[in-house]
Design a protein around this ligand. Structure first.
Ligand code: ADP
Length: 613
């Protein structure tokens, strides 16, 4: 087998394995149903043929009535069984599609973070949306596979009858010279082969061109998809859209996307429907030829009335099953080609680490950055260069620097979202990569600059869980200064945030949201708390409140406080100054502000102008 073919077969096998992994019972159910459905047409071909033969041979009334009753009973039985199976198939398909969506979501939730910021991964997500979610390529797979199985079974049954008839007629022709010749059959077989060849060729073209077309439309429409998903569906952006009349930009972009997507659908529909159309047309021609041939032989008396009905029925089944098989095989291959991106998603490897070390619970933790340098993937700029620092147990550290200096990057490395490009980060002298990720992350509580709250209840947001300790959640909210607001909420912790699901949901202000996010970090009760620009959205009074409470908030914990507002860092034990990815100064506020040549002095004075006014 050549490599391309091997790859394709491998892909199909992987898809079948994935179906089995999503729901091991769905394929057997669809296959059983296919077997039963295959017999129905043959009963309705065979039984009327028996009845007609009995009539033409003038057999007794009882025989005929017996055949009729058997026909009705068999039909009723099969229809009943298929209806029951259809019910189960429907239920199973629903479960199958939900479980599949969940598996994709779970994969995305648990994959290494760098993928999420990688543009290739964003394209992959888009590709999955166009090729799989919009077309049902994967969820329709059990039906497609069962269809292929049913067509093969039907061909098998019809083939035996068809060959018997063929041989019988060939012998009859030899006996009756001057009648129609076997050439008709030879032509027929040639025509069938030609049709199969044409349809397969077109299908192969479709299998090849669909992924290429999608790749193109996905990369053309990335900006538009961002607008469609982030701007149109995110109602909290409604204000900006109105004030800045962003709607014009969105509409123009959407129109552009609509044009290219329509063009994509036109081309992809053309290549996918053409094989089906040709296959149907060929079937019609083949049926015409077969009926004419059988008609000629019936007129010449070579076959009886019952046999004519049976033969015509079987031949019709044979042809429709062949055309069905070709169509379904093509449909299956095209759908497999559409699932390239899904397979890629499930195969994205996890970074291999030797995570054998155990994080000691309730210990003293010291973090050390040793000569750490970092470049974001696919960039050649150093976001951090040769950073060495220590964060001692219980120490309150501030990291300051202008925007883009590398503060958040430092935190991303500390949280193991990325691994250092050079150097290492140590926890109590051991590389953090060697600890189990889950155990290591349990040590940390983080409020990111772009934190997210969810449209769940306030309590669930604080606890990041459905069931939680109410008193502990309340305490965390009180600690961050949310007490007055909490008292004003009729449903207290049970209040739903935002109006995505609940009409009575509460819209919290940016500052309130930030307080809730800090409360969430406190609820977690981790040993180290990291606050990335935690007061950016707070009003001056709330900001002051957080500063004053900072030591109480993080009492007994190691705290890393990141800000470009220097006034908010004065109270930390040590201040680290980052500039253009390098650690340029380190010390207490009083020490640093005295070093008039230093970056801290420059930043402090630049900002102090505003505080002094
Ligand atoms: P700060 O938090 O100090 O504002 P960051 O750590 O966010 O700065 O960014 C440091 C540098 O890294 C900046 O030049 C920024 O543009 C770059 N950067 C941040 N995130 C990414 C990313 N995902 N891919 C590439 N470059 C990035």
């Amino acid at each position: 087998m050549d490599k391309g073919k091997q790859e394709k077969t491998g892909k199909k096998y992987q898809i079948i394995r994935l179906i089995h992994k999503v729901d091991g019972k769905i394929l057997p159910l669809f296959l059983i149903s296919a077997v039963i459905e295959t017999f129905l047409p043959y009963i309705n071909i065979g039984m009327p043929a028996l009845i007609l033969d009995a009539l033409s041979k003038k057999q007794g009334k009882e025989t005929i009535i017996f055949y009729i009753i058997i026909t009705v009973l068999l039909n009723a039985f099969i229809l009943l069984v298929t209806s029951i199976l259809n019910y189960f198939k429907g239920m199973r398909s629903y479960h199958f599609s939900n479980k599949y969506s969940w598996m994709k979501t779970e994969k995305i939730f648990t994959m290494d973070y760098p993928y999420l910021e990688d543009s290739d991964f964003i394209n992959l997500r888009q590709n999955i949306r166009y090729n799989d979610e919009d077309t049902g390529a994967f969820t329709g797979m059990p039906g497609r596979i069962a269809g292929i199985f049913q067509a093969c079974l039907s061909i098998g049954i019809a083939f035996v009858s068809f060959v018997t008839l063929f041989v019988q007629i060939i012998f009859s022709i030899r006996e009756k010279e001057g009648q129609a010749t076997p050439w008709m059959f030879v032509l027929l077989i040639l025509f069938i082969c030609f049709s199969i060849w044409t349809v397969r060729k077109l299908q192969k073209k479709a299998e090849k061109s669909i992924p290429e077309m999608t790749e193109k439309v996905v990369s053309d429409n990335r900006a538009s998809m961002y607008l469609a998903e982030e701007v149109v569906h995110n109602y909290s952006l409604g204000k900006d859209v109105r004030v800045y009349e962003i709607d014009k930009l969105v509409i123009d972009e959407m129109e552009k996307m609509d044009q290219s997507y329509t063009e994509y659908c036109r081309k992809s529909n053309k290549v996918t429907t053409l094989p089906g159309a040709i296959s149907s047309a060929s079937s019609a021609i083949i049926s015409g030829i077969v009926f004419s041939v059988v008609g000629i032989y019936a007129l010449s008396g070579m076959i009886g009335v019952g046999s004519v009905v049976f033969t015509v029925g079987v031949v019709e089944q044979f042809i429709s099953s062949i055309s069905n098989l070709i169509f379904r095989m093509g449909d299956f291959s095209i759908s497999c080609a559409r699932l390239d991106a899904v397979l890629k998603l499930f195969h994205l490897p996890k970074l291999k680490r030797d995570e054998n070390n155990v994080v000691k619970k309730a210990g003293q933790y010291e973090i050390e950055f040793r000569n750490v340098s970092f470049q974001y993937p696919k960039t050649d700029r150093w976001a951090l260069k040769n950073v060495s620092l220590k964060i001692r147990n219980g120490e309150h550290i501030a990291v300051v620097g202008t925007n883009g200096s590398g503060k958040t990057t430092l935190i991303k490395l500390l949280c193991r979202l990325y691994d250092p490009t050079e150097g290492e980060i140590l926890l109590n002298g051991v590389d953090i990569r060697s600890f189990s990720e889950k155990e290591y992350l349990e040590l940390l509580s983080i409020v990111f600059q772009d934190f997210k709250l969810f449209a769940f209840t306030l309590g669930e947001n604080v606890a990041a869980a459905e069931s939680y300790e109410k008193e502990k959640a309340r305490e965390a909210l009180i600690k961050v200064g949310f007490e007055d607001r909490l008292k004003r909420l009729e449903k207290g912790l049970e209040t739903s945030l935002y109006r995505d699901f609940e009409e009575e949901g509460v819209e919290v202000s940016g500052g309130e949201a930030q307080k809730i996010a800090i409360a969430r970090a406190l609820y977690r009760n981790a040993s180290m708390i990291i606050l990335d620009e935690p007061t950016a959205a707070l009003d001056p009074i709330a900001e002051q409140e957080i500063y004053e409470k900072f030591h109480t908030l993080v009492e007994g914990k190691t705290a890393v406080y990141i800000s470009h507002r220097l006034s908010s860092c004065r109270f930390c034990d040590t201040i680290l100054v980052i500039h253009e990815g390098k650690l340029v100064q380190k010390g207490s506020h009083d020490d640093l502000v005295r070093q008039t040549e230093g970056k801290y002095y420059e930043l402090w004075n630049a900002q102090a102008q505003y505080y002094m006014k």
